[in-house]
Design a protein around this ligand. Structure first.
Ligand code: SF4
Length: 80
């Protein structure tokens, strides 16, 4: 069974795969306004600008956190 969860925000969707999370704590320690284990849901994609959330998710060492930007066309890569 997949352990993938999706958290919908206005400008960004955040995906979390608990099966591959290595519990480094980078997300919760580095950005508690968005990632807070004491809250349900523990991810609040509307608590900060999508750009900041995306930049922080890029630091997740395991790849357990990923995202899809909803506020830009080329959300993952700008190749032009
Ligand atoms: S930063 Fe990534 S690997 Fe570390 S606790 Fe958060 S989701 Fe898990």
């Amino acid at each position: 069974m997949s352990q993938q969860k999706l958290y919908y925000g206005k400008d960004i969707e955040v995906m979390f795969n608990s099966e591959i999370c290595t519990h480094s704590g980078i997300c919760v320690k580095g950005f508690p306004a968005v990632f807070d284990l004491s809250k349900r849901p523990w991810v609040n994609p509307d608590a900060a600008p999508a750009e900041e959330i995306a930049r922080h998710i890029d630091k997740c060492p395991s790849g357990a956190l990923t995202y899809k930007r909803l506020d830009t066309e080329n959300s993952l890569k700008k190749e032009e």
